[in-house]
Design a binder for this molecule. Structure first.
Ligand SMILES: NC(=O)c1ccc[n+]([C@@H]2O[C@H](COP(=O)([O-])OP(=O)(O)OC[C@H]3O[C@@H](n4cnc5c(N)ncnc54)[C@H](O)[C@@H]3O)[C@@H](O)[C@H]2O)c1
Length: 437
């Protein structure tokens, strides 16, 4: 497998926008989706990105469908691939023999290792690598006719977003599943309270404020022998080109729920303040540590999102939704799923069972494939990703950024080619100086 990466091919296609669909919904020049037999067993699953989430997603996929078998896996780093497969074998115990069939010939390492998985006669692909690579991996999987689970966020920049919208629409036209890992959408408490909010229980929504205030993430000090690029990839949360910054990578869950509260409308524009007050040291790369975004909608509604990754400060991960008849307070971690009247008194709270949302998303994905009605929530996932990206663009440049500007932005954060070797840390953005492009 190659030690280098090229983005040129997918960016060129992304620049063309949504593929033109021929009669029957198959895009001209692309392989038609494989004819899916609902009863086919085993369902062959391939994993791209063997880290924490990838290991979890593989387990959830296997638990979701008794006929699912992991048959191929890839990672840019061999140690991650090996530890993931070992971890899965440990979790599955005696079951591993029948649920995992990943011989050395279907273990792929390197930047183009995803091609090996997609080419391994798989039916479902799990995309759990770094956000920078998601658009290219998604395009390759969808073009090849695969059903897909794709972790959030779906992209880090404008060219990536355009590619993702094109893949989302192609998958929908061809009847391929494409479920995005906005896992709170699959949490029973969230579903119940947002159903209340969007069906009028607190009247017309006047304002929303979602928060994601947390501590800093892990740091991996540089090891001898690591090139610049390897160091940045091992510390990927802290480099904007690979993660999108924490408003796109982590707080995006809260931005997704802000969108949910407002009926999944898209904003017209955003202003966003942000900066870097408490980060230091090379492991902290070039990302900010706080953002405060104000989204404006066509009807004049303003919605707010704040996020912070700074140690020794109070944490909060709550959605506050204000309507003409009351408010909602939502926090999945506490958990709180609460509807309140105008005087602040609680009038309803979710009390039912809440299953593991990560398992539920895979249960529903595999059930939808078996039923011949594949879930595709990718446009919604792309919209939420775009909301995070536009806020970061506004914070970095200090300018108001419109939805249309963000979606047509030409700035490509992911280098056209990547090779392990020298790779200077990009500059920290300075509002008022850093230019939008
Ligand atoms: N939905 C959630 O609650 C949730 C939770 C955690 C992570 N995530 C998302 O899952 C993704 C992965 O996060 P993680 O915590 O598992 O990170 P991680 O670093 O543990 O794992 C990512 C893996 O992808 C590999 N990788 C990177 N680039 C690759 C490429 N081009 N080809 C193949 N493999 C590649 C890395 O080497 C690493 O092993 C991120 O997008 C993250 O935002 C979502």
């Amino acid at each position: 497998m190659s030690e280098s990466w090229t983005r040129r091919e997918f960016v060129k296609t992304a620049a063309m926008g949504v593929p033109v669909l021929a009669a029957g919904g198959v895009s001209a020049g692309l392989a038609p989706a494989r004819a899916w037999s609902r009863t086919r067993s085993p369902i062959r699953v391939g994993l791209i990105g063997c880290g924490g989430r990838g290991t979890g997603a593989a387990l959830q996929a296997l638990r979701a469908d008794s006929g699912a078998v992991l048959v191929a896996a890839s990672d840019v780093f061999e140690d991650r691939l090996k530890s993931c497969l070992e971890g899965l074998r440990g979790e599955l115990g005696d079951g591993a023999a029948s649920r995992m069939d990943v011989p050395a010939s279907r273990q792929f390492v390197g930047f183009d290792s995803y091609k090996g998985v997609i080419g391994a006669d798989v039916d479902v692909v799990l995309l759990t690598s770094y956000p920078a690579f998601r658009p290219a991996h998604l395009k390759a999987a969808v073009d090849a006719g695969k059903h897909v689970f794709a972790e959030k966020p779906l992209a880090v920049d404008g060219p990536g977003l355009r590619s993702v919208y094109a893949s989302a629409d192609l998958a929908a036209a061809r009847g391929q599943a494409l479920l995005v890992g906005f896992c709170w959408r699959y949490n029973a408490g969230m579903r119940a309270v947002f159903e209340k909010i969007t069906s009028g229980a607190i009247g017309k929504i006047q304002s929303v404020h979602t928060t994601y205030h947390t501590s800093t993430l892990s740091k991996r000090p540089r090891k001898e022998g690591w090139s610049d690029l390897e160091f940045q990839m091992r510390n990927w949360w802290h480099f904007t080109w690979v993660s999108g910054d924490h408003i796109v990578e982590q707080a995006i869950h809260s931005i997704d729920r802000l969108a949910w509260a407002l009926g999944d409308r898209t904003p017209v524009r955003v202003n966003c303040l942000g900066g870097r007050a408490a980060r230091s040291g090379p492991e902290h790369g070039n990302v900010y540590d706080h953002f405060a975004a104000i989204y404006e909608y066509a009807d004049g509604t303003r919605a707010h999102h704040t996020c912070r990754q700074i140690d020794s400060c109070p944490n909060d991960n709550t959605d506050y939704v204000y309507g003409t008849l009351g408010s909602a307070v939502v926090n999945g971690w506490v958990p709180t799923y609460s509807i309140r009247g105008l005087a602040g008194q609680e009038t309803w709270k979710h009390q039912g069972e809440i299953k593991d949302m990560y398992q539920v998303e895979h249960d529903e994905l595999f059930a939808s494939i078996r039923a011949g009605r594949p879930i595709n929530d990718a446009r919604r996932g792309a919209n939420s990703t775009a909301m995070g990206i536009m806020a970061r663009m506004a914070a970095y440049t200090g300018q108001t950024i419109s939805w249309d500007q963000a979606l047509s932005s030409k700035e490509s954060l992911v280098p056209e080619t990547l090779e392990f070797g020298p790779f200077p840390t990009p500059e920290v953005a300075v509002p008022g100086k850093t230019k939008f492009s």
